[in-house]
Design a binder for this molecule. Structure first.
Ligand code: DCP
Ligand code: CA
Ligand code: CA
Length: 350
């Protein structure tokens, strides 16, 4: 599992508003979207902690928020402004030269594996202080193995906090928690799990994985692993080339299609393992050959649909590799998948 620093901005849209309108500080207010006719018909996007003290929450109807607290100040949401601040936070975090993945407008996951726990936690606290002083926004940091547990640690440290959760502490941390505490479990999945008699993460961990898969598809085994404290998903830096590839130099040069098939199968197995670990589906397959004279050629094919199948990858890559056989013997072959989509969030990456 990668060691991850997870950052989530505190009451983000509302904090952005306080930054440019300091007179709002200390007063309960909400940031909302309202249909033109009346602000009362809109929804609370977020609110400051003063408003939360009265039970006001994100996602609540504005009218309900006003029933809880008559004197709420209403602020119309300004998405371009929040996006600009989000970009500035990302830019500041990038200065640490670690791989970083934008998770949502106010969340970022940073791969800190190379730092180890102590330095990662110190770095997280330093980042937090800089976001606070240089940008003027409060945030919370979670540091743990795997993005999921770093995010959960962050959730528990809110607001304006920092929490380090070591790998050996994860099982104890999960024990007794309801399934909704797991990022990725929303109300729908919660209901389906409840139908299976599962309401806590302990019960999810003990559940039969085949039953979970039957009920929830591949998400079932993913969630089961999380409940067991395992999350091997990589931090995907958007600036990295979004493809997964492996290559191998052959023991001896060849032009034999059968020999090539075997090599391609081996390499495809390595690629597919990485695809599964990072939970991607791919749409483009590329095979590459380097010849005895060090020239290289590639052949690519775009599939009809996204796939994460090893069989599809092998068949396509072998066919492409055969098209690369020419007069010169091949000394190195490679397989690459690209046009990736996150199978988890159905989020397009390329
Ligand atoms: N948001 C929204 N509609 C929602 C939930 C959130 O528009 N139903 C927006 C407003 C939030 C931002 O996304 O400011 C980030 O959402 P979070 O869930 O992280 O909530 P906050 O940052 O507001 O608060 P917290 O301090 O709990 O993270
Ligand atoms: Ca937030
Ligand atoms: Ca958030």
């Amino acid at each position: 599992m990668p060691l991850v620093i997870f950052i989530d901005m505190d009451y983000f849209f509302a904090a952005c508003e306080e930054l440019r309108r300091p007179e709002l500080k200390g007063k309960p207010f909400i940031v909302g979207t309202s249909p033109e006719e009346s602000k009362m018909k809109g929804v609370v996007q977020t609110c400051n902690y003063e408003a939360r003290a009265f039970g006001v929450r994100s996602g609540m109807a504005t009218s309900e928020a006003y029933r809880k607290k008559k004197e709420l100040v209403y602020v119309e949401a300004d998405d371009p402004y929040y996006e600009e601040l989000s970009r500035r936070v990302l830019q500041l975090l990038r200065s640490y030269q670690l791989p970083i993945e934008g998770y949502s407008i106010d969340e970022f996951a940073i791969d800190a594996t190379q730092l180890g726990y102590e330095r990662a936690f110190d770095t997280a606290k330093a980042m937090k202080a800089r976001v606070n002083t240089e940008i003027g926004l409060p945030c919370t940091m979670g540091v743990s193995m795997g993005k999921t547990f770093a995010k959960m640690a962050c959730d528990e440290a809110k607001p304006n906090g920092a929490k380090l959760l070591r790998e050996e502490e994860i099982p104890g941390f999960l024990r007794g928690k309801g399934v909704r505490k797991l990022p990725g479990i929303g109300p729908k999945t919660e209901e389906r799990l409840k139908a299976l008699g599962i309401t806590t993460l302990d019960e999810l961990a003990r559940a039969d994985v085949n039953r979970l898969i039957a009920e929830l598809g591949s998400n079932g085994s993913w969630l089961h692993n999380l409940a067991l404290g395992k999350d091997s998903a990589k931090v995907m830096d958007a600036q990295e080339v979004l493809s997964i590839s492996r290559e191998r130099t052959l023991d001896e040069q060849t032009r034999d299609p059968k020999r090539l098939d075997l090599e391609i199968e081996r390499i495809a197995d390595m690629v597919i393992e990485e695809v599964r670990k990072s939970q991607y589906s791919f749409k483009t397959v590329t095979s590459k050959a380097r010849y005895a004279d060090f020239t290289e050629r590639i052949r690519s094919r775009t599939l009809q649909n996204y796939s994460s199948s090893g069989e599809v990858l092998k068949a396509t890559a072998k066919q492409l590799a055969r098209e690369l056989i020419g007069d010169r013997p091949i000394r190195k072959v490679g397989v690459r998948v690209s046009t990736l989509i996150s199978a988890k969030g159905q989020q397009r990456l390329v």
